[in-house]
Design a protein around this ligand. Structure first.
Ligand SMILES: NC(=O)c1ccc[n+]([C@@H]2O[C@H](COP(=O)([O-])OP(=O)(O)OC[C@H]3O[C@@H](n4cnc5c(N)ncnc54)[C@H](O)[C@@H]3O)[C@@H](O)[C@H]2O)c1
Length: 262
């Protein structure tokens, strides 16, 4: 498929996991990708992977939760690729599982800056350029944890719920401009962020039970989230705006449930 031919794209948090898989998928579909990450080695490795497959990508190492840096990311994409059509804001920090009564405002501010403010800044600076150009797609990574408790730290879940609201509000703020804003809500996906979950299960010998509460009975893979991102980046989603897409093996469709053998 070449749905993204000619698309000038930014992906943040692209040095690993879902962001890396999306950089590869976007480039496979013809996009030019500005790979943004915090760690130079990881970020450059993603660029090498994309180029090894014949794709077009450049690395930018920066903290994508800081206002001046997000403005610079947009400027760099325009300078390097001649414009900006897609901004996939994908960074996050998981927060900590400190008991609620002991949590601090500093921790919440940190989670908010990385998980929510980064998305606001993406909407602000990508939106500024895209409204002037007459269109574009902004994609935010939320989480299944945004919908209910117990799928992540409290600050993380609350921050991702804020991302959901931002998605709807920004889509409406850009009404009539051709700029679309949508969010992806992944379920459990095997990445650097969830490595401890998988490692814990491995140590307990319960790896085969990962995802057992999920209708699909398994965890997801980064490329399965990247496939949704590619759809939202492409003109295949030209009438899709302000929506929250769960890509979670069905887990958000169900209450906790122990299945009796069929
Ligand atoms: N893995 C899951 O199960 C899961 C589930 C739901 C949602 N998500 C979301 O998916 C997104 C991607 O996470 P992932 O699972 O691929 O994990 P990951 O840790 O592999 O990727 C996150 C990347 O973001 C980078 N990053 C973090 N803060 C940054 C900053 N301030 N500036 C620049 N880069 C920064 C990290 O270095 C890392 O490369 C996140 O928004 C996460 O909340 C993941």
């Amino acid at each position: 498929m070449n749905r993204l031919t000619g698309k000038r794209t930014v992906i943040t948090g692209a040095g690993s996991g879902i962001g890396r898989a999306s950089a590869q998928r976007f480039a496979q579909e013809g996009a030019s990708v500005l790979v943004v990450g915090r760690r130079a080695a990881n970020t450059e490795e993603t660029v090498e992977l994309v180029r090894a497959e014949g794709g077009v990508a450049s690395a930018m190492v920066t903290d994508a939760s800081v206002e001046a840096n997000v403005e610079a990311i947009v400027a760099r994409c325009i300078a390097e690729f001649g414009g900006l059509d897609v901004f996939f804001a994908n960074i996050a920090t998981p927060g900590t599982n400190t008991p609620l009564l002991e949590q601090t405002v500093d921790e919440w501010n940190d989670v908010w800056q990385t998980n929510v403010i980064s998305c606001f800044l993406a909407a602000k600076y990508a939106g500024r350029h895209m409204t002037a150009q007459g269109g574009g797609s902004i994609i935010l990574t939320s989480s299944a944890a945004s919908l209910r408790a117990n799928a992540g730290a409290i600050s993380y879940s609350a921050s991702k719920a804020a991302v959901n609201s931002l998605t709807q509000c920004a889509a409406n703020a850009f009404a009539g401009t051709g700029v679309r804003v949508n969010a992806i809500l992944p379920g459990l996906v095997k990445t650097q962020m969830t490595e401890t979950v998988f490692e814990y299960a491995r140590q307990r010998g319960s790896e085969n039970r990962i995802g057992h509460m999920t209708p699909m009975k398994r965890a997801g893979q980064p490329h399965e989230i990247a496939a949704m991102a590619a759809f939202l980046a492409s003109e295949d989603s030209s009438f899709v705006d302000g929506q929250l897409f769960s890509v979670d093996g069905g887990v958000s469709s169900t209450h906790p449930f122990g299945r009796i053998a069929l």
